[in-house]
Design a protein around this ligand. Structure first.
Ligand SMILES: Cc1cc2nc3c(=O)[nH]c(=O)nc-3n(C[C@H](O)[C@H](O)[C@H](O)COP(=O)(O)O)c2cc1C
Length: 199
C-alpha cells in the first residue's frame, strides 16, 4: 500500500472513444490494485482557456489545485502529427507559471496508431515537462498500433502491452515510495500532530 499518496492522471485526447483513455484506465486500475488513491482528469469535461486568456477561470484554477495536491502525475498523450496533442499542451499551459508540475514526479504514457509508436510525442512531452520543473521519470511507455491492442469495449487484448502500460503506474508508486513518501513521513514527524514545527 502507498499510504498518503495521491496520483492525478490526465489524458490528452478528447476524441470520443479515444485509445489514450483506454490505456490510462489500465494505469488507473493498477494504482487501485496497489491501494493508491488517484483522480482522473478528462480535459473533455473542462473548459480550459487558451494561454493568456482568463487564467483564473474556475476550471483552470481547479486543475492547478488538483495537480498541486498530487504526490505524482501520470500524463498520457496520443501521437498527433508527430508530437503530443494540443490538448495536452493546453493542460500544461493551464498549470500555471510557475507550473503546478514543478517538483512533481511525472510518468509518461503515449499511444499511437502508427508502427513507430508515440516516441516523438513522449520525447517532446518529456522535454516540456522538464522545462517546467517536473521530475520526469525514466521508463515512459509508448504503445504502437494501439487500435490493435484494445477491443471495441476498451479491453486490452495484448498482454505484453498491458504489462507495459501498468508499469507506468508501478514505476511512479515505487519512485514516490522511495523518494517522496519518506520525505512526507519525516515532515509529519517533525511537525507533530499539531502541524507546528518542533525544535
Ligand atoms: C489529428 C490527428 C493526428 C494524428 N497523427 C498521428 C501521427 O502523427 N502518428 C500516428 O501514429 N498516429 C497519428 N494519429 C492517430 C492517433 O495516434 C490515433 O488516433 C490513436 O488512436 C491515438 O489517439 P486517440 O487517443 O485520440 O485515440 C493521429 C490522429 C489524429 C486525430
Amino acid at each position: 500500500m502507498a499510504e498518503g499518496m495521491k496520483v492525478v492522471l490526465i489524458g490528452g485526447s478528447v476524441r470520443p472513444g479515444n485509445y489514450t483513455a483506454m490505456a490510462l484506465a489500465l494505469a488507473a486500475d493498477e494504482l487501485g490494485k496497489r491501494e493508491t488513491a488517484y483522480e482522473m482528469v478528462d480535459p473533455a469535461t473542462l473548459s480550459l482557456p487558451f494561454p493568456g486568456v482568463n487564467p483564473d477561470s474556475k476550471d483552470a484554477r481547479e486543475l492547478r489545485e488538483r495537480v498541486a495536491e498530487a504526490t505524482g502525475v501520470i500524463l498520457a498523450t496520443p501521437e498527433y502529427h508527430g508530437s503530443f496533442s494540443s490538448v495536452m499542451k493546453l493542460v500544461i499551459e493551464n498549470l500555471g507559471f510557475p507550473s503546478a508540475l514543478a517538483g512533481k514526479p511525472v510518468a509518461l504514457l503515449g499511444v499511437a496508431a502508427g508502427q513507430i509508436g508515440a516516441i516523438k510525442s513522449l520525447e517532446a512531452l518529456a522535454s516540456i515537462c522538464t522545462h517546467v520543473g517536473a521530475l520526469v521519470l525514466p521508463g515512459a511507455v509508448s504503445v504502437a498500433g494501439v487500435q490493435k491492442a484494445f477491443d471495441r469495449e476498451g479491453r486490452c487484448v495484448d498482454a505484453e502491452v498491458e504489462k507495459r502500460i501498468r508499469s507506468v503506474a508501478t514505476n511512479l508508486i515505487e519512485y514516490a515510495r522511495g523518494s517522496i513518501c519518506p520525505r512526507i513521513a519525516l515532515e509529519a514527524m517533525v511537525r507533530g500532530a499539531t502541524g507546528e514545527m518542533r525544535g
